[in-house]
Write a protein that binds this ligand. Structure first.
Ligand SMILES: NC(=O)c1ccc[n+]([C@@H]2O[C@H](COP(=O)([O-])OP(=O)(O)OC[C@H]3O[C@@H](n4cnc5c(N)ncnc54)[C@H](OP(=O)(O)O)[C@@H]3O)[C@@H](O)[C@H]2O)c1
Length: 304
């Protein structure tokens, strides 16, 4: 039977999409199902985690400790730091060190951090600290000037300056691992979430560019773009059951290290992320807005 040109185009287009989807499934399985944890001690003895008293940061610190890493915990509350350090030391045979830092303070804090880390074999840096924003039009965000300063200092400056503090030592030792927490909000611009989306796009781009720059120097750098994980940041948007816990998320994410320059960290987020990236930006704005409105409605209902 003769095929028309249109039929050929149809067959090749279908094949193209089938092959693309099959390759994605293979890649996803390699990352999220059949992957094993790296040996973190090959990067060094100490891991530094910013924003490590709650959520993803705390769980990452616990997971790294369970794999033999000594942990430097950096966060703003001394009491919470002490509690996390005690929890880690009581469960795992590792050392911890705590540093009380408010990342919304000015850049002087990085001299204090550099002094604190002096002489430690820092193999892993987790640039986790970050804040989200209210769902709001840019100029209507509550306390706009303070919010703008804080989100830039926490989500952008902290990542750059912490990297500046630890990278020279890693380069000298020819080994190291830097993990940057970006977000799903970096996959496409997000309306009414512009500052968060933009700062997380910076984090992703910075990490991926550095990963090419430093791979020949023995340093692994990865950007992680999680979807929603059940933490203080996301609790208020309801729909709890659909989010992985920090423990589920971090166990999955840490197994992807060394296998990808960027990851969503968790298989469900990876599927969402792939679909999201295939849609037009105009369409994702409409869907994103509807999702946010629904989440806020659910939250309002719960409160009343
Ligand atoms: N949760 C999600 O769904 C999600 C999704 C994508 C990306 N992320 C990213 O993942 C990272 C962690 O998010 P999370 O949800 O785990 O956050 P979280 O539960 O709110 O925890 C944030 C941590 O950072 C600390 N912190 C906050 N402000 C600080 C400051 N000014 N100075 C020092 N430490 C400060 C907090 O300390 P306190 O305990 O004192 O508050 C806490 O330990 C963020 O970069 C976020 O953007 C999260």
């Amino acid at each position: 039977m003769d095929c028309s040109v249109l039929q050929y185009i149809g067959i090749f287009t279908s094949l193209y999409f089938i092959v693309k989807i099959v390759l994605k499934i293979i890649e996803g399985s390699r990352l999220y199902i059949f992957s094993t944890y790296p040996n973190f001690s090959k990067y060094g003895k100490w891991s530094v985690v910013t924003g490590s008293t709650d959520g993803i940061g705390k769980e990452t610190a616990i997971q790294l400790a369970s794999r033999g890493q000594n942990i430097v915990l950096i966060s703003r509350s001394e009491e919470k730091l002490r509690n996390v350090a005690n929890e880690i030391e009581s469960k795992h045979n590792v050392q911890t060190k705590c540093l009380t830092i408010d990342f919304s303070d000015d850049e002087e804090i990085y001299n204090k951090i550099a002094d604190f880390l002096q002489g430690l074999d820092v193999g892993t840096l987790v640039n986790n600290v970050g804040i989200a924003q209210e769902i709001s039009c840019f100029h209507e965000h509550p306390n706009l000037s303070k919010f703008l300063r804080d989100i830039i200092r926490l989500n952008v400056i902290s990542v750059i300056k912490m990297t500046q503090v630890v990278l020279p030592g890693m380069v000298k030792r020819k080994r190291g691992l830097v993990l940057n927490l970006s977000s799903f909000a970096a996959v496409k611009p997000v309306k009414n979430y512009a500052m968060y989306s933009a700062t997380k796009t910076f984090v992703d781009c910075f990490a991926q560019a550095l990963s090419y720059e430093y791979e020949s120097k023995g340093i692994t750098i990865q950007s992680c773009m999680p979807g929603t994980v059940l933490t203080n940041i996301t609790k208020k948007y309801g729909e709890f059951q659909k989010m992985p816990s920090p423990e589920t998320f971090c166990k999955s994410w840490l197994a992807t290290i060394g296998k990808a320059r960027w990851t969503h960290g968790y298989w469900k987020h990876a599927i969402d992320g792939w679909i999201w990236s295939q849609l037009s930006t105009d369409l994702t704005q409409t869907i994103g807005e509807a999702r946010m409105n629904r989440a806020m409605e659910l939250e309002k209902k719960k409160r009343n």
